[in-house]
Ligand binder design. Structure first.
Ligand code: SF4
Length: 300
């Protein structure tokens, strides 16, 4: 049997679905039942009928799936796949920040731990942050954690000012305005699409600032034959598959998240065989975190 046949057989035996984030290695995306960005995956996770969810992503994503599916087993095939940005704020730090801003509402990027979600009023993703923030009255003070770039971008788009936590994604922090200029010179006419986790000079130099799901939709509706993509390079796999006649250039080939690349097809197989590593969230934290995720899903 091939590796894929073995995975399919185990999937049947375990009644398992495989979800993968857009930043996963191409061969993992190819074996998944569903691939998407954080919002697409969060929505998908509310509509799962299998007993087991194999989540090919990083720890906070598997936690989110576990929070939304308390009666299912959620497996993360690489137990050490974390997110440095999610780890840039602790529950204690957020509680201290809230104490400094009594009355403020907390918006947290889904790229955060379950404890941070539990301490927040509403989650956001890069696809819906503007719409979610817009649902709060202008006079409402907002604390935005942990990504200062997505927070600043959202506030800027709404003409508001947020209390920002200084977290950031180390992978997107490697992208620069100079790279945008060089890419434009190398590929004249190709629109530059960047992720809102990028620093402001990169966002300002781009043609569009979009989540990875947003990039996929944007490209489908455009006549240009080539695009420059400023985010983690895993998304180029999905873009190329969905648009075989178009060409995609990474803004930076080294924009690779080492944690997202820890999962391999072999690890998916071992995960299903050994039912490892099951991700569990303490019930009280899960209950409060679920409220924040559901508040987001109710708005958008
Ligand atoms: S790409 Fe950035 S935000 Fe996403 S998992 Fe990796 S470090 Fe975290």
């Amino acid at each position: 049997m091939t590796l894929i046949e073995e995975i399919r057989e185990l999937q049947k035996k375990r009644n398992a679905v495989i979800l993968a984030h857009n930043y996963q290695p191409g061969e993992v995306q190819d074996l998944a039942d569903f691939t998407g960005d954080s919002l697409e995956l969060a929505r998908k996770a509310t509509d799962i009928h299998s007993d087991v969810i194999v989540f090919c992503g990083v720890h906070f994503m598997a936690e989110t799936a576990a929070i939304l599916n308390p009666d299912k087993t959620v497996l993360l095939p690489a137990a050490d796949a974390g997110c440095p940005m999610a780890d840039m704020i602790t529950g204690e730090q957020l509680r201290a920040l809230k104490a400094q801003h009594p009355g403020a509402k907390v918006l947290c990027y889904v790229n955060s731990t379950a404890e941070i979600k539990a301490e927040s009023d509403c989650c956001v993703t890069s696809a819906n942050a503007i719409a979610v923030a817009q649902s709060f009255p202008l006079a409402q003070e907002i604390i935005f954690v942990p990504d200062r770039h997505l927070g600043a971008y959202t506030a800027e788009k709404l003409g508001r000012s947020f209390v920002l936590w200084p977290g950031f994604c180390p992978t997107h922090a490697r992208l620069t305005e100079q790279q945008v200029r060089a890419a434009r010179a190398a590929h004249p006419g190709a629109p530059v699409l960047v992720h809102p986790e990028c620093p402001k000079p990169v966002r300002d130099a781009a043609d569009a600032v979009l989540s990875t799901g947003g990039m996929c939709r944007y490209v489908l509706g455009r006549p240009e034959p080539a695009f420059i993509i400023g985010t983690e390079t895993g998304i180029l796999h999905r873009l190329a598959q969905e648009n075989p006649a178009k060409t995609f250039f990474p803004l930076l080939e080294q924009a690779v998240c080492p944690n997202m690349k820890k999962i391999t097809p072999e690890k998916v197989l071992w995960s299903l065989r050994d039912m490892q590593t099951a991700i569990a969230v303490p019930p009280d934290i899960a209950r409060r975190a679920r409220r924040s995720i559901e508040a987001m899903l109710a708005i958008v």
